[in-house]
Design a protein around this ligand. Structure first.
Ligand code: SAH
Ligand code: SF4
Ligand code: F3S
Length: 437
């Protein structure tokens, strides 16, 4: 039988996986696959996985279990595991779950078309090579189909930082930057297809060196693209916030006043044990410099609670830096020991109930602080990029420059429109306002 075959991709983990899933669908599009949003009638299912915490990794096996019936009903169904669990566990995945046909690590997606041919011939394929090449150089170009007004664009892959808790340097490999000309060409194609805002992605995006001027140089070059209105980037490491990038926050109008800059802990002892190579004080000074360049900057961060050796006093330092840095948004996680990382082997593992209790305290404080800063937006004027209809009839929702979700009653506004909005009320996860004529 001919006709398009159906591809279902389920994506876990970070935004880089979201981007990769899209690129994989494009690569397999050349093999006659079209995307479907349900596994039920799929000819191929890919789970694009995350290994960052144990819970994330274990989800894969429970999800695979759900496909048993589908595979029994359709023996031609191909099931694949891609992403960071694929890289970390390789062949082991097939041993634990024999119905898996394909295991592919994040740096091998450009070989998917060949792999697909081998699968069709009845082979099982495991590919976790980490070639010293840029997978994106070999992936076919982006389609020209109309797109949502916002898009991700990966510019940097991998990490050389080796924080002692983190699997990313092992699952994504060494830092690689994509050449600026390719990034710019892709950005132009996205803008042609209707994109107004691009978020540049990398596990360490501010270590980008594919442009002579670093990430700041790339941002300035992107800002010259007509029709591209907003630029964001994530995730950054404090040690790679150079002067040029800080200056760009003050000078490049299209660069949004939002910075996700994880600190992980407020305790210098713990930061040292994490191999972060910055202190709480140096981090706070850095934030001050970025705010000097862009006073209305909205700061976001990540925290790990219950890292081996963390005492109550260390945890209090984390509570303190949360307040002192003035985060408008923050994500916090209970430390999860990851196989192969140095911290997993250390003495002083914090008891799960102690860590859970600290996490609850931190999260309560984060919610409070987030809400207070969001409430303080009421009465202010922001600029909103509208993305889609809201939950209630007649509503449109979008994001402010600070990444707050904002809804207005104005169904005639087209997605992709940017309009000034005066904020009138603050709800737990969004603001509402009125478009200023
Ligand atoms: N490159 C980014 C973070 C990538 S992982 C950076 O350096 O900031 C996203 C977040 O997951 C991290 O910031 C950290 O807070 C959290 N994380 C990573 N490994 C973890 C682990 N073993 N246990 C709990 N949280 C972890
Ligand atoms: Fe992981 Fe640290 Fe690299 Fe971020 S900088 S990806 S936390 S090793
Ligand atoms: Fe997860 Fe891999 Fe991203 S471990 S957070 S999917 S880089």
């Amino acid at each position: 039988m001919s006709g398009p075959r159906k591809l279902f991709i389920k994506t876990y983990g970070c935004q880089m996986n979201v981007y990769d899933s899209e690129r994989m669908a494009e690569a397999l599009g050349g093999q006659g696959y079209v995307a479907t949003d349900t596994p039920d009638d799929a000819d191929m299912i890919l789970l694009n996985t995350c290994h960052i915490r144990e819970k994330a990794a274990e989800k894969v096996y429970s999800e695979l279990g759900r496909y048993k019936g589908l595979k029994a009903a359709n023996p031609d169904l191909k099931i694949g595991v891609t992403g960071c669990v694929a890289q970390a566990e390789g062949q082991e995945i097939i041993r634990r779950q024999p119905m898996v046909d394909l295991v592919v690590g994040p740096q091998s997606y450009h070989r998917l078309p060949e792999m697909e041919a081998r699968l069709k011939a009845g082979e099982r394929v495991v590919d976790t090579d980490m070639p010293e090449e840029d997978k994106f150089a070999h992936l076919k170009g982006r389609g020209t189909a109309r797109r949502a007004p916002t898009a991700f664009l990966t510019v940097q892959e991998g990490c050389d930082k080796f924080c002692s808790f983190c699997v990313v340097p092992y699952t994504r490999g060494a830092e690689v930057s994509r050449p600026a000309d390719r990034v710019l060409a892709e950005a132009r194609a996205l803008v042609e297809a209707g994109v107004r805002e691009i978020t540049l992605l990398g596990q360490n995006v501010n270590a980008y060196h594919g442009h002579a001027g670093g990430l700041a140089g790339l941002i300035r070059a992107l800002a010259d693209i007509d029709g591209l209105e907003r630029i964001r980037y994530t995730t950054s490491h404090p040690n790679d916030m150079d002067d040029a990038l800080i200056a760009a926050h003050g000078e490049v109008e299209k660069l949004m006043p939002y910075l996700h800059l994880p600190v992980q802990s407020g305790s210098d002892r713990i930061l040292k044990a994490m191999n972060r190579k910055h202190t709480a004080e140096s981090y706070l000074r850095l934030i001050e410099r970025v705010r000097d360049a862009r006073p209305d900057l909205h700061l976001s961060g990540d925290f790990i609670v219950g890292f081996p050796g963390e005492t109550e006093a260390d945890f209090e330092d984390t509570m303190t830096i949360l307040r002192e840095a003035g985060y408008g948004t923050a994500f916090s996680f209970r430390y999860s020991p990851r196989p192969g990382t140095p911290a997993a082997e250390r003495a002083g593992q914090v008891a799960p109930d102690v860590a859970a209790e600290r996490l609850a305290r931190l999260q309560a404080r984060i919610t409070e602080q987030q809400r207070a800063l969001q409430d303080a937006m009421v009465g202010r004027e922001v600029s909103v990029l509208f993305e889609k209809p809201g939950r209630l009839p007649g509503q449109m929702v979008g994001k402010s420059e600070y990444l707050h979700a904002v809804h207005v009653d104005a169904s005639e506004i087209a997605p992709g429109t940017i309009a000034p909005v005066v904020l009138l009320a603050s709800a737990p996860n969004s603001l509402s306002g009125r478009i200023i004529a």
